[in-house]
Design a protein around this ligand. Structure first.
Ligand SMILES: Cc1cc2nc3c(=O)[nH]c(=O)nc-3n(C[C@H](O)[C@H](O)[C@H](O)COP(=O)(O)OP(=O)(O)OC[C@H]3O[C@@H](n4cnc5c(N)ncnc54)[C@H](O)[C@@H]3O)c2cc1C
Length: 345
């Protein structure tokens, strides 16, 4: 395992900002991870585990050690007619994994097609799209505990997975490094098509087929539809640096939402369990006039106001300033503090 110094991170994160890490290393297994974390050079430095860097905003050079999982491969740990349970290395590309599962006829993650990044971040961020979240398929998360220098198996119920959130981002921040994830997938049809225009797109392509033999083809069709919808709405980070949705949709209590809806009846919203209402951050940003606008070399994507983009050689501070201006304007107009989905460093 090679440790590199003053390492350029431009190609290691999806905003493609010109920043460096004081040290960079990739580990292929838990022994290599343990070895690197025992190296005295890094004892007093901050340590940042990363995957594909698709949900990070570096506002400056990282002064410590950035470590990337290269633990690859997956094994079937249990299988019957109904389900398959897979233990997957945290360094595997998420979308390649989804593609492999779909081609085997294993369902549950087809709606999460096209989300960039590695499997290791799926329990951290509780990735979600088209009505499905990672927490529905994750069973266990195997981690390296930096406090005790030991490996632990955490059942997903203990990990507090919620909307783009988990205990890994809260009280466990900086403690655990994800090494393996165990997912449970379906062999029987259980499709989720009720979100956005997914059903409409599928119908326009002839619709799903009936019968158990059609399952594998149906999963492939859903995957293709999700990929097509995503590429029509979201910028490709290889062309225009970005980190997907920069902001979370705020979750309000019913009273706060009702007061807001009196002033803004068109504000799109979704009712949640527990007397909560989720409201559209994109609508609020657009209302404040930010959609398609830019500040310096940082911009708001014209087709999707939640996405901030690097218009070319932007500095991290420029994206950060744009983010702060949007937060201030939305707060002034709606009295709501937008929270970033992206991890700001
Ligand atoms: C174009 C685009 C579209 C996107 N669409 C979606 C979407 O539809 N839904 C969605 O949920 N997200 C979406 N995202 C965000 C992003 O893809 C996800 O958050 C993804 O899970 C990030 O994976 P990553 O490997 O790049 O993680 P990184 O960005 O590298 O890291 C994210 C966080 O996880 C931590 N982390 C990463 N790996 C480990 C590990 N092994 N152990 C411990 N901590 C770790 C990091 O420290 C950081 O806090 C999108 C991003 C882009 C660029």
């Amino acid at each position: 395992m090679k440790v590199q110094e003053h390492f350029c991170l431009k190609d290691k994160h999806s905003f493609h900002l010109n920043v460096t890490a004081r040290y960079w290393a990739e580990y292929r297994n838990t022994d290599e991870l343990g070895e690197i974390l025992q190296d005295k050079r890094f004892y007093k430095l901050p340590v940042l585990p990363v995957g594909g860097g698709c949900n990070l905003l570096f506002t400056r050079n990282f002064p410590g050690l950035v470590i990337k999982s290269a633990i690859s491969g997956w094994d079937i740990v249990h299988e019957n007619e109904e389900e398959v349970v897979l233990r997957v290395g945290s360094g595997l590309d998420w979308d390649q994994f989804v593609e492999s599962c779909v081609s085997q006829g294993w369902g549950g993650i087809e709606n999460l097609s096209g989300i960039p990044g590695l499997t290791g971040a799926t329990p951290i961020q509780n990735i979600g799209a088209y009505g499905v979240e990672a927490k529905e398929v994750i069973r266990y998360v195997e981690v390296f505990d930096r406090q005790t220098r030991s490996l632990l198996v955490l059942p997903v119920e203990e990990c507090g997975l919620a909307y783009r959130n988990s205990r890994f981002k809260q009280e466990w921040k900086d403690r655990f490094i994800v090494c393996y994830i165990t997912y449970r997938l379906n062999k029987k049809p259980a499709y989720r098509l009720d979100y956005g225009n997914l059903n409409e797109v599928l119908r326009s392509q002839g619709g799903l087929q009936e019968g158990p033999e059609a399952h594998r083809g149906n999963l492939a069709m859903i995957r293709r539809a999700v990929l097509a919808i995503r590429s029509s709405k979201l910028p490709d980070p290889a062309v225009l640096g970005n980190a997907g949705s920069f902001f979370k949709n705020p979750e309000l209590d019913v009273a706060t939402y009702s007061a807001l809806a009196e002033r803004f009846p068109e504000l799109p919203h979704w009712e949640l369990p527990g007397n909560k209402v989720k409201v559209s951050a994109a609508w609020m940003i657009e209302y404040c006039g930010w959609k398609g606008k830019s500040m310096g070399r940082a911009g708001v994507y014209p087709k999707q106001a939640l996405v901030l983009v690097n218009l070319g050689d932007a500095r991290g501070e420029e994206i950060y300033n744009l983010y702060q201006h949007i937060v201030a304007d939305v707060h002034k107009a709606f009295g709501i503090s937008l929270q970033p989905e992206v991890v700001v460093l």
